[in-house]
Design a protein around this ligand. Sequence first.
Ligand code: SAH
Length: 215
Amino acid sequence: MDSYRYMGLRKQLVDLLSSKGIKDEKVLAAIGKVPRHAFIDTQFDQYAYQDMAFKIGAGQTISQPFTVAFQTELLNASRGMKVLEIGTGSGYQTSVLMELGLKVFSIERQRILYERVKILLPQLGYSPKLFFGDGFAGKSAFAPFDRILVTCGAPFVPQALLEQLKVGGALVIPVGEGEVQEMLRIERGQDGNTRTESFGEFKFVPMLPERSNDI
Ligand code: SAH
């Protein structure tokens, strides 16, 4: 359930993200709409609108709002575009993409997280296509994508993801084998070549191979 209290806290979060450098009004409006408290256990809901990542059980992490806003801004997607997300996790980033009017396909390798989000998101009014599987393989059956967003720290840029990008499309991916990753935006040009830009260091949970039934 949403409330005036949550709405007020959300407005403060949007103002904070704006002061931290997020400029895209559409991204800020989407963050202003998604009820982040619904992704967090009610006993911790005072943290829901703070700018922090949060472990919420079952190996699950909800990304820091600034990181979600930053990656979404880098994605620079327009309404109606097809977007593939790797790492559904809590489903929060997925919901932000849905608020932007995107056609979202999201893959999660942990079954329990996939099962949870499959129930939660429709309750919140969002209907992305959710998959249990390995993000390293992408989703060739639904390719090509206008945009691909990776929300876990990748040890390298998976070739399958590059191949599933439309010409003129872009992949936003944090890459690095250690604790810290470098945020990359890789565009696929008309000639099939790629152009890579770097946007600083971030910390993500690692992108792990193959699907897992672990808790
Ligand atoms: N977008 C999420 C972030 C979750 S953290 C959110 O807003 O909450 C990253 C997620 O990536 C974790 O749930 C983790 O299980 C998942 N992940 C890790 N390796 C993966 C892989 N190879 N394929 C798909 N998902 C993966």
